[in-house]
Ligand binder design. Structure first.
Ligand SMILES: [Zn+2]
Length: 409
């Protein structure tokens, strides 16, 4: 039996693996049930004959990051002597679930009409299940992979990945020559990278007063409105032709700015009080042809200009998140070899893409200096109600991983 026959035949085990994982609600924030999840993953990897280690992030590091629950990452290896090593990374945390779900709720993990429902089924425990089954297929059919396989299952991607993939890369726990992050593209597309993101929070401090004597206060809300208004004209500059980035598929992309995804006042807000505090967030997507340092400097300068004419208020700008953009060249040996595997399994010409969202790929490519790509299952409704993944899609993705592992470069 070859790996593809094996995977077709063992679709049921793939589904059961994914159901077991979805039933562990690794919701982040705050990061619940991580221990349960990594124990399951470590057991499953050990059962495949892999060398497994669970790396707990030191408590002090977790506390300094403002978190209270423990953080763990799993590294599993199938070494192949004399061959390069490819690192496969997937995050096991999921975003919180709300709303009314079909099929028994977000963690019931039921299969209906060829779809497995549940939070994390697509993003991205489905990719973990596919990867584990690909390894099982090689093992049980007596094949050695064409390269050393190193896997990591990491925490916290949904909140930036600092103590997940970021921690492993910075601690030198990734010992590979290439990286595949198991999301960021799917189907016949191979992901070459992603946008970065910069999150700022702008806080305006004014002075409270009774609404009947507004001249005695400084209205923070009105100041915020003025600032936001001035930002609108600056925002148009982001559409300048020189800022364009050409996507791997030939389409044009520009930087984007989302203002006020979160905004609000302060604890003393009242209809008859001059507001003393106002705050709003900014989400600035950073293109692969931009650098984080330049983008942040430019945005802070624009905010300072927008705030300069204000009287009687203080403006503070806080950085909440920085994720570097990253992109690799399509003609490298990793994208080319992976694209061949995709093409053989999916029976369609492969294509390259770069997602507008972000993944943990930048840790491996920008910080780790590895050539890296993104590829995983295509789910539906990620981060929404009724998140799901097709059972057929799980099998096809497992086959792509197995094909790549078997044929190599
Ligand atoms: Zn994800």
């Amino acid at each position: 039996m070859d790996v593809h026959e094996y995977l077709e035949k063992h679709q049921g085990s793939l589904v059961r693996d994914l159901q077991a994982m979805v039933r562990v609600p690794t919701v982040n924030p705050p990061g619940t049930d991580y221990r349960k999840m990594v124990d399951w993953l470590a057991r499953r990897c050990a059962g495949l004959g892999l060398e497994v280690a669970i790396h707990q992030v030191p408590e002090g590091v977790v506390r300094r990051a403002g978190l209270s629950l423990p953080r763990y990452n799993v590294v599993a290896r199938w070494p192949v002597s004399g061959a390069p090593a490819v690192h496969f990374n997937a995050h096991y945390d999921v975003v919180p679930a709300a709303g009314k779900w079909r099929c028994g709720g977000p963690f019931a993990s039921e299969v209906r009409a060829g779809w497995l429902y549940g939070r994390g089924s697509g993003d991205m425990k489905g990719s973990i299940a596919a990867l584990l089954m690909a390894l099982e297929a090689l093992r049980r059919t007596g094949q050695e992979p064409a390269f050393g396989v190193e896997c990591s299952f990491t925490a916290d991607e949904e909140t930036g990945g600092e103590l997940g993939a970021g921690y492993l890369v910075r601690q030198g726990l990734v010992q590979a020559d290439y990286a595949v992050v198991c999301e960021g593209a799917s189907g016949n597309r191979v992901g070459l990278g992603h946008n970065g993101v910069l999150w700022l929070e702008v806080e305006i401090e004014g002075k409270a007063a009774h609404a009947s004597s507004p001249e005695q206060g400084h209205n923070a809300f009105e100041a915020m409105a003025e600032m936001v208004w001035r930002l609108q004209s600056w925002k148009k500059e982001l559409q300048a032709p020189g800022r364009r980035w050409r996507e791997p598929n030939g389409q044009d992309r520009w930087p984007t700015l989302n203002v006020g995804g979160v905004f609000g006042g302060g604890p003393g807000d009242k209809v008859n009080t001059v507001p003393a505090r106002a705050a709003f967030t900014i989400d600035r997507r950073v293109l692969p042809n931009e650098t984080m340092a330049q983008v942040e400097e430019e945005l802070r300068a624009a905010l300072e200009r927008a705030g300069a004419p204000l009287r009687g208020v203080k403006v503070r700008i806080h950085t909440r998140l920085r994720i570097d953009p990253c992109v690799v060249a399509p003609d490298g040996d990793l994208p080319q070899a992976f694209a061949r595997a995709v093409q053989r399994v999916r029976r369609r010409a492969s294509a390259f893409s770069a997602t507008r969202g972000f993944t943990d790929l930048h840790y491996f490519v920008v910080e780790g200096g590895l050539p890296g790509i993104g590829y995983g299952v295509k789910g539906e409704g990620a981060h929404g109600v009724d998140e799901r993944v097709g059972v057929r899609e799980l099998v096809q993705t497992a086959r792509v991983y197995a094909e790549f592992m078997q044929r190599g470069f």
